[in-house]
Design a protein around this ligand. Structure first.
Ligand code: COI
Length: 354
């Protein structure tokens, strides 16, 4: 394995004083992990000061979006120790995204070692306040200063760290979601399953419209018939209909969420019936009208388990539950975060202690 050198910082940032007001992804630590791809190989893995990059205005990622990223977290346990959750799964998914974007594969063990080394240097940045963690953002960008469209020959891999609180400003309070049936996020054969900038860029306009209408996020429908539920950009969706936990199947156009997978495993262990299948938006609305849509929630690294208390499509708004977080959603949130923060036993080998 390649050696990971450390380039020392000359100046250090002030750490956040009030950890209850961190927000999400606003402040970054002193160091990052970084390596570069050139001459056909990933080279010079290093920990270096997290300073701005100098990029040529022609840099290909700025024009054609050849970039991928991941999201994971480092949690502080009650005993002060630190732990990661399913980090190996994130790096494996990142290599799947890399393949779809024609970005060269990287050594997953090397970057995990780089991340651990980075976290050991930055351990004091992992916040202590309830519900906070150190958000980890591994990213790869194409760095060729070239305006032709094609796979680059030069890339940068970096991992930055952001002490963060809840993704939604409302915290664990339920959010309302707008069903988007004009714009689409991903199409058959596209790259909806990849964590790549374009998927998020495609969502911004619809997200702004949803916000103007008073909704926190957009629920995407499939890009072919605009009939089946896909995902909410920042999270996968689950509905509890008549006691059954129903979630869209992995069809190549939604992200294979690691939180989604963890929640589905926990649901099955808790004895709930789980269905991964196509679910039409009509079915969701009909279940709500019939009083059978008991709960709805999203899952994601940043979003964790986020209760949804309203869905709006065209002019029709359905309310879900009594407006508060539902009992199963709360139980799943408590169990997942219990494992992530080391309060509950990890029987799945998901946690890596640092
Ligand atoms: C994550 O959950 O880690 C993501 O990357 C979603 C992003 C919208 C914050």
């Amino acid at each position: 394995m390649q050696d990971i050198r450390v380039i020392p910082c000359k100046a250090f940032k002030e750490k956040p004083v009030d950890e209850t007001r961190l927000g999400f992804g606003k402040k970054f630590t002193d160091y990052r992990f970084c390596m570069d791809y050139y001459d056909g190989a990933w080279q010079d893995p290093r920990i270096e000061p997290n300073e701005p990059f100098v990029l040529d205005p022609a840099t290909s990622v700025l024009h054609y979006g050849q970039s991928i990223f991941e999201g994971m977290k480092c949690y502080r346990r009650e005993d002060g120790g630190l732990q990661l959750f399913r980090a190996k799964d994130n790096f494996a998914r990142m290599n799947r995204s890399a393949d779809r974007l024609s970005i060269p594969q990287f050594d997953e063990e090397l970057v995990l070692e780089g991340l651990i080394k980075l976290l050991n240097i930055e351990k004091d940045w992992v916040p202590h306040a309830e519900g906070t963690s150190l958000y980890i953002r591994p990213t790869i960008i194409a760095t060729d200063p070239f305006l032709g469209v094609g796979a680059g020959k030069n890339y940068k891999f970096y991992i930055i760290l952001a002490p963060s609180g809840a993704y939604y400003a409302s915290g664990l309070a339920p959010v309302g979601i707008y069903v988007e049936d004009h714009y689409v996020r991903a199409v058959r054969g596209g790259f909806g399953f990849a964590k790549t900038a374009g998927n998020y860029a495609a969502s911004i306009k619809a997200g702004e419209i949803a916000k103007q209408r008073g909704y926190a996020q957009v629920l995407w429908l499939d890009g072919v018939e605009q009939k089946y539920v896909e995902e909410v950009g920042s999270m996968n969706m689950c509905f509890i209909i008549d006691g059954v936990i129903v979630t869209p199947e992995l069809n190549g156009s939604i992200l294979a969420g690691i939180t989604r997978d963890s929640i589905l495993k926990l649901c099955k262990e808790m004895g709930y019936k789980v269905e991964e299948r196509r679910i039409s938006i009509d079915e969701v609305f009909e279940a709500a009208r019939a009083g059978k849509l008991e709960e709805a929630f999203g899952t994601g690294t940043a979003a964790v388990v986020s209760p949804v208390n309203a869905l709006c499509r065209d002019q029709e708004e359905i309310k879900i539950g009594d407006g508060n977080i539902g009992p199963i959603t709360q139980k799943l949130y408590d169990t997942l975060t219990g494992i992530q923060f080391g309060k509950l036993e990890d029987t799945h080998n998901w946690v890596m202690r640092l």
